[in-house]
Design a protein around this ligand. Structure first.
Ligand SMILES: C[S@@+](CC[C@H](N)C(=O)[O-])C[C@H]1O[C@@H](n2cnc3c(N)ncnc32)[C@H](O)[C@@H]1O
Length: 361
């Protein structure tokens, strides 16, 4: 499933107002707090989940299950599984990006030129070729197990054996930014976790961090099924969030315009002046791209109102960023006319910054 396809299907869904006032959290005994009526699920470790995986609603294809099935135990088989999940994730990303390009060409919203956007119509032959390729890509994605299998592979990537989920880096920053916070009795910080694979990423801190996890295809009943781009914008501060978390979500989205929309949209959910955007990207997106680097990202984020870079950290594979929303600048571009003009004349057109042969595109 692609972000595009998901958006279509989600737009048919009834919109559920998801706000900071609608928390999802669990007590230390594992019971559900905040969402009465929802089943409480036991904590499960990612390895055992993946050992039992089948894509929802159908059998795992033999190619995928052999990629991801853990045979035996110990570090050798863990290494094998780790390689297999990395391969699956990489292939899924490649297909997702190619799919977005084909769809965008058909939509006639974006050209393949490196330096910008145009509105030249596609020839019928090109459209036919794109449609044929879209069918092939969707078939290959289905054969891999679709978004469901991709998420299960990503969940395995979050397991403790592989360094854990990315909440670890954020928590000390929140403590630094909120020194006066009463962790036991004060009102908790409200965190919107977009693209959450688990609702329990912040469970250890549930006395002072109240999480609202959302995803296109929830892997847990405590995660709300929601396309963030369709999520209704808070109308008052009581519905806003103190933290919006985009961990490995922006790079997942194939269409660069949609990636930008996600970042713009995030600012509408945060409390201006104190809200924190937690952005996690694969390190090569920052350090090995021809078109993007740390300085450009910081400049782009500032243009959205995220003008304070609170902290950043480059780990072996991931880049972690915490930005403060000083002011919601993109509130001015809320109309669809404004958004459309950004598509035609982007604020930051794609420009070559590092012309080195080994850099990725
Ligand atoms: C690589 S996983 C992220 C995993 C997790 N946040 C982490 O840090 O490991 C990307 C997730 O983002 C979700 N996603 C992508 N676009 C989304 C959107 N517009 N709204 C909600 N979730 C989205 C996908 O469904 C997928 O589960």
């Amino acid at each position: 499933m692609t972000a595009k396809k998901s958006r279509k299907s989600s737009s048919k869904r009834k919109r559920i107002p998801v706000t900071a006032a609608q928390p999802v959290s669990r007590a230390s005994d594992g019971s559900t707090k905040g969402l009465p009526g929802l089943p409480s699920t036991p904590d499960v470790d990612a390895l055992s989940v993946l050992m039992a995986i089948t894509p929802s609603g159908k059998e795992t294809t033999s190619a995928t299950s052999s990629l991801l099935t853990i045979k035996g135990s110990g570090s050798a088989s863990r290494k094998k599984t780790s390689l297999a999940t990395a391969q699956l994730i990489r292939r899924y990303h490649t297909l997702n990006k190619e799919l977005s390009k084909c769809l965008a060409r058909i939509d006639n919203k974006k050209s393949t030129h490196a330096d910008g956007y145009h509105s030249k119509p596609q020839s019928l032959e090109n459209i036919a070729a794109d449609l044929a390729r879209i069918a092939e890509i969707r078939q290959e994605m289905d054969d891999l197990g679709g978004l469901d299998m991709y998420q299960k592979a990503s969940t395995l990537g979050q397991s403790k054996q592989r360094g854990g989920d990315s909440s670890k880096w954020l928590v000390p920053i929140l403590e630094r930014c909120h020194p006066q916070l009463n962790k036991k009795a004060g009102p908790p910080l409200r965190l919107l976790d977009i693209g959450a694979l688990s609702p329990h990423n912040y469970i250890k801190y549930s006395s002072w961090i109240r999480t609202t996890p959302i995803d296109l295809n929830p892997q847990d009943p405590l995660i709300i099924k929601m396309d963030f781009l369709e999520m209704p914008v808070p109308t008052g501060q009581e519905q806003q969030f103190d933290i919006v978390c985009l961990s490995l979500v922006v790079n997942f989205v194939g269409d660069p315009v949609q990636r930008g929309e996600i970042l713009c949209h995030s600012a509408r959910f945060l409390v201006p002046g104190s809200g924190i955007l937690y952005l996690v990207l694969p390190l090569p997106c920052i350090q090995n791209s021809r078109y993007m680097d740390h300085e450009l990202l910081v400049e782009m984020m500032a243009s959205l109102g995220y003008s304070t870079l609170i902290s950043h950290h480059f780990a072996k594979k991931l880049a972690y960023y915490a930005f403060k929303l000083d002011v919601d600048l993109n509130g001015a571009a809320k109309s669809s006319k404004d958004k459309e003009s950004r598509r035609v004349r982007p604020l930051f057109p794609k420009k070559l910054r590092h012309d080195k042969p080994n850099r990725n595109k």
